[in-house]
Ligand binder design. Structure first.
Ligand code: AMP
Length: 449
């Protein structure tokens, strides 16, 4: 497959030739026709796979020259760095195309950006907050947007931008193509797709380029959180073998919970990253892990994917990811650059289905190990493992806190409000003669005395 096989036009071919790119990456090959067809698209691909070109090539190919001022393509990204990077990539491709591209992001003077918007543009690349502010100020008109791209949507949702995305969806024309790229699939991403996308085509390049032969995969069936912790306690004592261990969990609360436990067991050897930690905290954690000051790093899927750390001896999947693509991304953090890596997957009873999906995707079974006898099996459950949470959403059952309780008693007869279907005015009219004039009102008052 070469770029000639993609149905590009001459200006795009020339730009690509100038860049010296010869073959499209897998995500580019797979996305081209689907994005060009105008259908809603969800692409699962990591940074570095060429995903920016994957959506921009078909968009640029179909974007006709126009002199109108309002943008027709909107690209939303989570960070200002990404705005700059995406604008840069679009400019590279647009070398022989006459189009106007603008990047806007928060933390800088909005007036300068307003002036730039007022000049007229075809493509706007933005962080959600700043885009919304510009739209609300009416300088930026979104009524001509035909294509919405949301890039790194997993990071965006993890950083809490869902609400801002909703606000933006509200002011966009309903007839538009939605294109979304995410490195990981999460429940939040899934919910967004279900709510706002129309029957999207899904393109996934699951295997992140790491040859599976370099990775030894193992797994344990294990009943619950605390038993998982007990197992880690036992195996992680072997500091020589477990020299640099990346431990994945699905969400922030779990990351904190596990970090607290490991910090108790292995003080000054453990660090954690997730999106509720400050940028400085995250950078420090990564640095300590990279230098080897800390041997164990607990991370959520979304945060760990940008990490470029060599020599990870073990990847531990503390939980079994719901989406098999995430498992592939996780294990791809080890076994890099020809080195051997080991991965361990921990699955409870409930997680077995997800584990089966992973094995299906890889078309191979993961080697199962017995829990060593000396690992204590805990009976204690964490909140998520008890069924109470499910009960809360059961509409047929009355929740404990909703029951009337001891303070509740029937009102006395005279205090009970009975709805006779009439208004207060009618009751008053019944009691007094209906006033017709001010004078009548005074008459009633006098009569009352
Ligand atoms: P991205 O995944 O979009 O962040 O792209 C990663 C890098 O790969 C960027 O610097 C692109 O310029 C570059 N790139 C994109 N497509 C290709 C290609 N087909 N061949 C070589 N490099 C590419």
């Amino acid at each position: 497959m070469t770029f000639r096989d993609l149905n590009l036009n001459t200006p795009l071919h020339n730009a690509i030739d100038d860049l010296g790119f010869e073959t499209p990456t897998p995500i580019q090959t797979e996305s081209f026709n689907v994005v060009a067809s105008g259908k809603d698209v969800v692409g699962i691909a990591q940074t570095g796979t060429g995903k920016t070109f994957a959506y921009m090539l078909p968009i640029l190919k179909n974007l006709k020259y126009s002199t109108q001022d309002n943008p027709r393509v909107l690209v939303l990204v989570p960070t200002r760095e990404l705005v700059v990077q995406v604008v840069n990539e679009i400019e590279k491709l647009s070398k022989y195309i006459n189009n106007r591209v603008l990047g806007v992001y928060g933390g800088t003077n909005i007036n300068t950006q307003k002036q730039a918007v007022a000049q007229g543009l075809d493509i706007i690349v933005a962080t959600p907050g700043r885009l919304y502010d510009l739209a609300v100020s009416r300088v930026l008109q979104l009524k001509s947007i035909q294509k919405l791209v949301i890039d790194e949507v997993d990071v965006m949702l993890d950083l809490g931008f869902r609400h801002q995305l909703m606000n933006i969806f509200d002011i966009l024309p309903p007839r538009r193509q939605n294109i979304m790229f995410s490195a990981t699939m999460t429940t939040d991403v899934d919910a967004l797709i279900t709510d706002f996308f129309i029957n999207p085509s899904k393109i996934s390049i699951a295997v992140s380029g790491t040859p599976l032969e370099n990775i030894t995969q193992q797994r344990y069936n294990i009943p619950n959180f605390y038993t998982k912790v007990n197992l880690l306690e036992e195996i992680l004592h072997d500091k020589e073998t477990f020299s640099r261990v990346l431990i994945f969990v699905a969400y922030k609360r779990m990351a904190d919970r596990l970090f607290d436990k490991l910090e108790e067991l292995f003080p000054s050897e453990t660090c954690v990253i997730h999106s509720n930690k400050t940028q400085n905290y995250r950078l420090r954690s990564i640095e300590q892990f990279r230098e080897g000051t800390n041997r164990l790093l607990v991370a959520t899927d979304v945060m760990a994917r940008g990490l470029d750390i060599d020599d990870v001896s073990h990847v531990i999947n503390f939980d079994t990811p719901d989406y098999p693509e995430n498992y592939m991304h996780r294990i791809g953090r080890t076994g890099r650059a020809e080195r051997k890596g080991v991965t361990i997957l921990l699955s409870t009873e409930k997680e077995q289905e997800s584990r089966e999906r992973i094995e299906e995707l890889m078309k191979m079974k993961i080697n199962i190990l017995d829990i060593p006898e000396y690992v204590e099996v805990s009976k204690e459950l964490i909140e998520e493992e008890r069924n109470v949470i499910k009960e809360r959403h059961n509409p047929t059952k009355r929740r404990e806190e909703d029951s009337p309780g001891p303070a509740f008693h029937e009102k006395s007869e005279k205090n009970q409000k009975v709805n006779l279907g009439g208004s207060y005015r009618r009751e008053i009219a019944k009691k007094y003669k209906k006033p017709k004039t001010r004078g009548d009102k005074n008459y009633n008052r006098r009569k009352k005395k």
